[in-house]
Design a protein around this ligand. Structure first.
Ligand code: NAD
Length: 252
């Protein structure tokens, strides 16, 4: 229980990878604060499961909502910028509103939460910032222009703040999963079928898993376990790194 006494805000933690990270941090004794959308009663059940966790339904593409959430949440020891969305489309047809949404949520929201959490971390001389990037922060795939741009962007942002905060006991790292079976992946299958003219099975086997050398989806709990490790004192010199959890995809 090495995170007892620590407070962790995990964005996009009502589902998928963020929820697994929240569970892993809570499992090590952290007080977790949830963020994300979803059914109210299901979120209430999650909050109960996670030791009476607070939940903020802030839309992170709205800067005023982020500022209100950070003020209400109070000092944060561990900030996990995880909320993200995807859209799959050829660049010439890429809807402008989808581009703006993806950059605002996957990249700009992390800037706002970070700038608001850092003064408290510096004051305590301890902090952990973990950004859920993606294999797409290292390599690209076609038809994901906004997503790839946002994830390459968060990787650069993470390295920058790692350097700025290194002498304050605060580390900043990315975790970069390959394909993890979550609603985000399920949601992109129909658009990928359309963009590439493939069946559902072909998208799963010939587009998604073709890159992952293990030919298996990553489990959200594996990402949660790595996030918990990055919060350990033994990880104090892991800083500015971009950890792949992609079954070997980006080794090629
Ligand atoms: P998910 O769809 O299961 O969860 C996304 C979460 O973000 C949900 O809690 C949702 O409510 C929240 N969210 C969406 N829009 C929001 C907004 N405007 N404001 C606040 N919260 C919002 O997705 P996931 O697969 O768990 O993805 C989580 C992160 O992991 C994303 O950043 C994604 O890019 C990244 N990632 C996912 C995969 C994968 O294969 N699933 C791979 C690499 C990286």
């Amino acid at each position: 229980m090495f995170l007892q006494g620590k407070r962790a805000l995990v964005t996009g933690s009502t589902s998928g990878i963020g929820l697994a990270i929240a569970r892993a941090l809570h499992g090590e004794g952290a007080e977790v604060i949830l963020n994300g959308f979803g059914d109210e009663s299901e979120i209430a059940t999650l909050c109960e499961e996670l030791g009476g966790a607070a939940h903020f339904g802030a839309d992170l593409t709205d800067v005023a909502a982020v500022e209100a959430m950070m003020a209400d949440a109070g000092p944060i020891d561990i900030l996990v910028n995880n909320a993200g969305v995807q859209h799959v489309s050829p660049v010439e047809d890429f809807p402008v509103d989808k581009w703006n949404l993806i950059i605002a949520l996957n990249l700009t929201a992390a800037f706002h939460t970070t700038r608001l959490a850092v003064p408290g971390m510096k004051a305590k001389g301890w902090g952990r910032i973990i950004n859920t990037a993606s294999a797409h922060s290292k390599v690209a795939s076609p038809f994901k222009s906004a997503y790839n741009a946002s994830k390459h962007g968060i990787a650069g942002f993470t390295k920058t703040i790692a350097l700025e905060l290194a002498e304050h006991g605060v580390t900043a790292n990315c975790i970069s999963p390959g394909y993890v079976w979550t609603p985000l992946i399920e949601g992109q299958i129909p658009d990928t079928m359309k963009a590439r003219g493939l069946s559902r099975e072909e998208v799963i086997n010939d587009v998604l898993l073709v890159k992952q050398a293990t030919k298996k989806f990553v489990q959200p709990e594996e990402v949660g376990a790595l996030a918990a490790f990055l919060c350990r004192d033994e990880a104090q010199n892991v800083n500015g790194a971009n950890w792949s959890v992609d079954g070997g995809w980006t080794a090629e």
